[in-house]
Design a protein around this ligand. Structure first.
Ligand code: BTN
Length: 317
């Protein structure tokens, strides 16, 4: 389907016979492929007699060759559509070595934190899983989700000039709305060889078409009023990830804590931390050296850590 999509990507009309000639297939086969594009990828294609087919909205596809050229030493696996790049990365890891990057145009079962779905429409956003080997012991992952947040916000800043903020542990926000999310999964035996699959979803060109997202969201394109070059964004994000992960490996999160705090969305705010079925209310006073959240609860500073914790603002803050 990718070849057909590339021909249609400009949003202009293309006749069935022209498309068939370029793809070396019959007009009937073009029609079948158009139906698959609509059904499997959720892309709307207009069909007008005498003119042919055109996409309801022009598409900008990721260019894997460009990304591979920029990072010759990094294996980059690209897919048109799959369940989840994190799941695919885990499969690839059984046969290939890390680091590696897995990208997709579309996820049918994009995973968010705490069992949520990550809405992943075709060719609009960035869905990346970066597999990072743990070679220096488990200290290497202390504060990792915060460090990845820094890399994402730096990539956003480089590409758009927008200063995104970070919500503990790893949401990236613009004006209080979520623009990116991070899902880390530890794979393997922590005492032997293990890896972290760093899943990153960034809303790039998604507009108002999605109504199934259950939290306030935005996209870079909504914020800037312009279409984002997704290939360039992927490239900048991988560059920043490499840079921040190297720093994490050598010096740890403590060396980036001050930088993280300058972007801390809820510093000084009253918030409620959900820990399984119970919750704690307090004032957010910062983060500690292993990436723990510091909350002032009844005059005492307490530290909290864990991927399944979630934080929301208290109404009265
Ligand atoms: C969150 O809930 O904030 C985390 C969202 C993580 C989404 C990304 S998209 C790429 C990777 N593949 C997935 O299935 N999830 C992550």
């Amino acid at each position: 389907m990718q070849d057909l999509l590339m021909l249609l990507a400009d949003g202009s009309f293309h006749s069935g016979s022209d498309l068939g000639r370029q793809l070396g297939v019959s007009r009937a086969a073009v029609w079948k492929r158009i139906q698959r594009i609509t059904q499997e990828l959720g892309i709307s294609v207009q069909s007008v007699q005498g003119k042919g087919y055109r996409l309801a909205q022009p598409l900008q596809l990721l260019n894997g060759d460009v990304i591979r050229r920029v990072f010759p030493a990094l294996p980059v696996y690209m897919y048109e559509s799959l369940g989840s790049t994190n799941e695919q990365a885990k499969q690839l890891l059984s046969e290939h070595s890390a680091p590696m990057a897995v990208l997709a145009e579309h996820q049918t079962q994009g995973k968010g934190r705490r069992g949520r779905e990550w809405v992943s429409p075709f060719a609009q956003n960035l869905y990346l899983s970066y597999v990072w080997p743990i070679t220096e012991g488990l200290n290497q992952i202390d504060g990792l989700s915060l460090v990845v947040g820094l890399a994402v916000s730096k990539a956003i800043q480089r590409l758009s000039g927008i200063a995104a903020l970070l919500k503990w542990p790893n949401d990236v926000l613009i004006d209080g709305r979520k623009v990116a999310g991070i899902l880390l999964e530890l794979i393997g035996d922590p005492v032997e060889l293990c890896h972290v699959v760093i899943g990153i979803g960034v809303n790039l060109n998604m507009l108002d078409l999605v109504d199934s997202i259950d939290q306030e969201w935005t996209s870079l394109s909504k914020e800037m009023g312009a279409i984002i070059d997704r290939t360039l964004f992927a490239q900048v994000l991988i560059e920043e990830l490499d840079r921040y992960l190297e720093k994490q490996k050598t010096y740890g999160f403590a060396s980036m804590k001050a930088e993280w705090l300058t972007q801390h969305a809820w510093q000084g705010r009253n918030a409620v931390l959900q820990i399984g079925s119970h919750s704690v209310s307090g004032k957010v006073v910062g983060v500690a050296d292993k990436g723990e959240l510091c909350l002032l609860v009844e005059g005492e500073e307490r530290k909290y850590l864990g991927g399944e914790l979630s934080l929301r603002l208290q109404d009265d803050s």
